[in-house]
Design a protein around this ligand. Structure first.
Ligand SMILES: *Cc1c(COP(=O)(O)O)cnc(C)c1O
Length: 424
């Protein structure tokens, strides 16, 4: 971008901003506006968005129906504290989520980020076992390749070696780590581990079908059914972290629907508010929630963030759920899946490409090395993408049309073939 187009706030604020997962002073593109699948930069350039606000903007940017719902709520109030006070957007959203999510989820706890919704899920599990008189069940089991958040209690649940938190190894008690039970041998290994240690395990946590920030690794519904069986056999709770997969991303409204089983605790965030405002929800199955209907001192969930159940965010989430009812998002996802499968396929034959995989509206080209060096090559082609780890990937808004999606896949084929060609 030429300096004449660099806005003054970017130049002067750059020394004050601490950017995420990047060195101080890292470059960032100045966004002037965002609508539909397009980001408009300060210099007027348009980028087609292949990332959708870290996988959350399922209806595209600035959807008029979500904006209208937020504006209407704004006229009443943006926020009130949620202890002792109640408001319609949160109560309606909680009831709606318990009906929308398959299975028998009876209670919803709202927070303001995915990581915190996982922490609340962990607390629910710990207190559940305290109430049951099983206070020794204080540990958690998670899987290689997993990611469950950036906070101090969620970091130990992430893949300890390949995750983004390897430098903190040894600082916190790690979770028990296992391989996903993707075949009979690994299922037997997990069975043995649980048989030995279930007395100290409160819950098993997993991202169903797709492990997102761990590199968009995919597994089948059988794996989830095996997990459900093992958790039932050994008496540990099962937590599904559907923060990434929830709300249509993998082709069904929730990934668990592909397996036909339900967890005991469910974490939702990201696309819950359509990618507009920070909001997350932890849902408890009736069995878990009803344990808290007790006189036991541990039967009060000890959590309550200042901005929990923010009214604007809940109003946005309500409008987002309306859009899922009114518009054919899951059909759009099926169409995106077909198109990604066809149009990313040419990458498979390229030198340096290890794998090409697609699930719902997630398309991945995996390289034989770190892919971050390709980051700057996409904006000049008019698309917004952010390769990480060893993958170049797409998680576009579910409303994207065929020509725009072709621009995104075309850019990947062009950039990856250009690099691949230079290898030989
Ligand atoms: C993004 C994500 C989180 C963390 O959510 P934040 O809102 O970034 O705290 C946790 N789990 C999964 C699966 C995620 O994709």
């Amino acid at each position: 971008m030429s300096s004449s187009h660099t806005p003054s706030w970017l130049a002067s604020g750059r020394s004050a901003i601490w950017p995420p997962y990047a060195p101080l002073g890292a470059d960032a593109l100045p966004v002037a506006s965002a609508a539909g699948v397009r980001l408009t930069l300060s210099d007027g350039r348009e980028l087609i968005d292949g990332v959708a606000n870290w996988w959350s903007a399922c209806h595209g940017h600035s959807h008029p129906a979500i904006r209208a719902a937020m504006q209407a709520q704004m006229e009443r109030f943006p926020h009130v504290m949620f202890a002792g006070l109640a408001h319609e957007p949160a109560y309606r959203l909680a009831e709606r989520l318990t009906r929308l999510v398959p299975g028998d989820f009876s209670r919803v706890f709202f927070t303001e980020s995915g990581s915190v919704s996982v922490e609340v899920g962990l607390k629910m599990a710990l207190q559940y076992w305290m109430i049951a008189g099983r206070a020794g069940k204080t540990r958690f089991l998670s899987f290689r390749g997993g990611y469950h958040g950036d906070t101090l209690a969620t970091m130990p649940l992430c893949d300890p070696e390949e995750g983004m938190h390897a430098m903190f190894a040894g600082v916190f008690t790690p979770a028990l780590l296992a391989d996903l039970p993707e075949d009979a041998a690994r299922e037997a290994a997990l069975d043995r581990m649980l048989a030995e240690r279930a007395h100290e395990i409160a819950a098993v946590i997993v991202e169903p079908l797709v492990q997102g920030a761990g590199g968009m690794r995919m597994h089948g519904p059988d794996t989830l059914r095996a997990l459900r069986r093992l958790c039932d056999t050994h008496g540990v709770l099962l937590i599904f972290d559907e923060i990434f997969t929830g709300f249509g991303r993998t082709g069904t409204m929730f990934a668990m629907q592909a397996a036909g089983i339900e967890p005991d605790i469910l974490c939702l965030s990201k696309a819950l508010s359509g990618g507009t405002l920070p909001l997350a929800a932890t849902l408890a199955a009736r069995k878990v929630a009803e344990a808290f209907e007790s006189e036991h001192p541990a039967a009060v969930l000890m959590h309550g963030p200042t901005y929990m159940a923010n009214a604007l965010a809940c109003a946005a989430a309500g409008a987002s759920l309306d859009l899922f009812e009114q518009e054919p998002r899951l059909e759009q996802t099926a169409h995106i899946e077909k198109q990604l499968t066809a149009e990313l396929e040419p990458c498979r034959a390229l030198a340096g490409v290890v794998d090409v995989r697609v699930k719902g509206a997630i398309g991945v080209v995996q390289l034989d090395r770190e892919a971050g060096f390709l980051r700057d090559r996409f904006a000049p082609l008019g698309v917004w993408m952010r390769p990480f780890r060893d993958i170049v990937y797409l998680t576009p808004p579910l409303i994207i049309d065929e020509p725009d999606l072709s621009r995104l896949t075309g850019a990947i084929v062009q950039v990856v073939s250009g690099w691949s060609g230079s290898l030989v």
